[in-house]
Write a protein that binds this ligand. Structure first.
Ligand code: C2E
Ligand code: MG
Ligand code: MG
Ligand code: MG
Length: 276
């Protein structure tokens, strides 16, 4: 009996493994044509000043309108995009699209909205990134100080010998640099000393239970104080309630981003929001 059961389990395992590989291969093939078939879209999520509650920034968030699977968030495909190298082409496209769109909104409103663009670890190399950013700023006319590049700790610490000159070259172009999901990666305080960073984004996991969990509150407080002492800006991610915003405001967090204020929105909806 046991033997039979074992065999069935094995069959079940290999079958589901097979399905997984098939699905992955399918996604990979779909992803290869997605860019040329114009299936990608950029959504924008506003970032608010904690005091005035004015919109000060917009984070560009990639979406894939898959022909049969519907609208997909990056969790479904970004890892595949990275492992296939497709992320470089997609990343170029997002950067250009976001800078062009936000430049447009800047012109229409007269407000110097900032645009935040996420970079994956494989985009974070000297030869690729500097040219791409320089070219995008040139072509779109976006003021460099209104572009913020979001990089995770993990990507930054991939190869610190390369990271430091790259970050300084990017700063020379005039752009801003943010650490995304701060506090969740290989945190090391020494890079805050050595890297020319402008902003810390307090990860959503510390915000989620900030009202009830005193440890999360203490961590958020410590990040804000650390940022203040180093003269960095702080943005809290994933703010979903007014209570969370109140606590973060008391702690001195400079900016908020989250579903409580606005979900990531497509261009037409965000245009309406900016007009009001
Ligand atoms: P991220 O950069 O940390 O972006 C924040 C994520 O949190 C977004 O998920 C956003 O929709 C979500 N979010 C915002 N407010 C709330 C909230 O109040 N509650 C909750 N539960 N979630 C909230 P999204 O758009 O699915 O993106 C996931 C991740 O994919 C991003 O995390 C980023 O790491 C990556 N990503 C997005 N766009 C790009 C891109 O263009 N290039 C690269 N390389 N990565 C991207
Ligand atoms: Mg981000
Ligand atoms: Mg984040
Ligand atoms: Mg995140």
């Amino acid at each position: 009996h046991a033997k039979e059961k074992g065999r069935n389990n094995y069959q079940f395992f290999s079958e589901s493994m097979n399905n997984y590989l098939k699905l992955r291969l399918e996604m990979e093939n779909d992803l290869r044509i997605a860019l040329s078939e114009q299936q990608f879209e950029v959504y924008y999520q506003p970032q608010y000043d904690a005091e005035s509650m004015a919109i000060v920034g917009l984070e560009a968030l990639l979406r894939w309108r898959h022909p049969t699977k519907g609208l997909l968030t990056p969790n479904y495909f970004i890892e595949i995009a990275e492992s296939t190298g497709l992320i470089l082409g997609i990343g170029d496209w997002v950067l250009m699209q976001a800078c062009r769109q936000v430049r447009q909104w800047q012109k229409e409103s007269g407000c110097a909205y900032r645009v935040a663009v996420n970079l994956s670890a494989s985009q974070f190399t000297q030869s690729y990134l500097l040219d791409t950013v320089r070219k995008t700023l040139d072509e779109t006319g976006l003021p460099p100080e209104t572009l913020e590049l979001e990089i995770t700790e993990t990507a930054m610490l991939k190869d610190t010998a390369e990271t430091i000159p790259l970050l300084f070259s990017l700063k020379k172009l005039g752009v801003r640099l943010a650490i995304d999901d701060f506090g969740t990666g290989y945190s090391s305080l020494s890079y805050l000393k050595n890297f020319p960073i402008d902003t810390l984004k307090i990860d959503r996991t510390f915000v989620e239970e900030i009202v009830t969990n005193s440890k999360d509150c203490a961590i958020a407080q410590t990040i804000v104080q650390l940022a203040d002492n180093l003269q960095l800006c702080t943005i809290a991610e994933g703010v979903e309630t007014s209570e969370q915003a109140d606590i973060l405001r008391k702690l001195g967090c400079a900016e908020f981003q989250g579903f409580y204020f606005s979900h990531p929105l497509p261009v037409p909806q965000l245009s309406l929001l900016l007009e009001h």
